[in-house]
Design a protein around this ligand. Structure first.
Ligand code: GTP
Ligand code: MG
Length: 241
């Protein structure tokens, strides 16, 4: 089961009516209380993940600035950063076993901090990946290339789990960050598919057809990406840049 995917939720929070933050906070305290997780250390840990995500986001912004200055094309369309909600963190810990503690959270959950990088073309993804992984303070933990090998659902993206050091006054710590790299077409498909899948009351017989349609639309979006890439290559051949 996929956990909740709240990149968009994070952006929307600031525009929600007054009082929502309080509700979220109460909800979080309830979840933490239920599983005996201490509030203050949990909040400190979340601040570390937030910092690690900001650090990784900054690296991509720097790369984007340098590459645009040099080649007059910006390889990044958007960057979105999110921290996993306490609900999703606890659900994932439960799915993985019975040790619901901050220590197992730190050891076993690699996607508390998430950075999604939306690129213009497929080759931008691999170019940025190489430059990103070449940096001294980024250590690659896992790499899943769902562009070369799409998931059964049709999902495509390049996933990297990395560690990056966070440095405070008295300590230094390596923190996991999940980076998802995709084109606009991949992001378009993933966002809509996510919305559609969460309509839970689909008759199982109808679901097979819905899945087929989603796979077919993923294939169409992959063809579109390839076509745009081919056009880019053609223009490069003509103009030499
Ligand atoms: P998680 O427990 O969900 O993190 O699974 P995992 O550790 O096996 O990671 P995986 O490589 O499957 O990718 C996790 C993340 O990729 C999800 O949280 C989603 O953001 C995204 N993702 C993976 N598969 C799909 C999919 O079929 N559709 C959509 N829309 N997103 C997906
Ligand atoms: Mg995840």
């Amino acid at each position: 089961m996929r956990d909740n995917d709240n990149y968009t939720q994070e952006i929307d929070l600031s525009s929600l009516p007054a009082g929502t933050d309080l509700t979220d906070h109460i909800r979080m305290m309830e979840v933490l209380n239920r599983y005996g997780l201490p509030l203050d250390p949990f909040m400190e840990l979340m601040a570390e993940y937030q910092s690690a995500a900001m650090q990784v986001e900054a690296k991509f912004r720097v790369l984007s600035t340098l590459l645009s200055a040099h080649a007059e094309d910006n390889p990044i369309e958007t960057i979105k950063t999110r921290i996993k909600s306490p609900d999703s963190i606890v659900s994932k810990l439960i799915r993985q076993g019975d040790d619901i503690s901050l220590a197992s959270l730190e050891e076993r959950i690699f996607d508390v901090a998430g950075v999604r990088v939306i690129c213009s073309f497929i080759d931008d993804i691999y170019r940025l990946q190489d430059l990103f992984l070449r940096q001294d303070d980024i250590t690659l933990v896992t790499r899943k290339d769902y562009i070369a090998n799409p998931k059964k659902s049709g999902y495509r993206s390049l996933h990297l789990v990395v560690r990056t050091p966070i440095i405070a006054e008295t300590w230094k710590k390596d923190v996991y960050v999940e980076v998802q790299m995709r084109t606009i077409a991949m992001d378009f498909w993933a966002s809509l598919e996510h919305k559609l899948r969460y309509k839970k009351d689909i008759d199982p017989r109808a679901l097979a057809h819905v899945n087929q349609e989603l796979e077919a639309s993923a294939a169409a979006s992959a063809r579109l990406d390839q076509r745009m890439q081919d056009i880019r290559d053609e223009i490069k051949r003509i103009t030499g840049k």
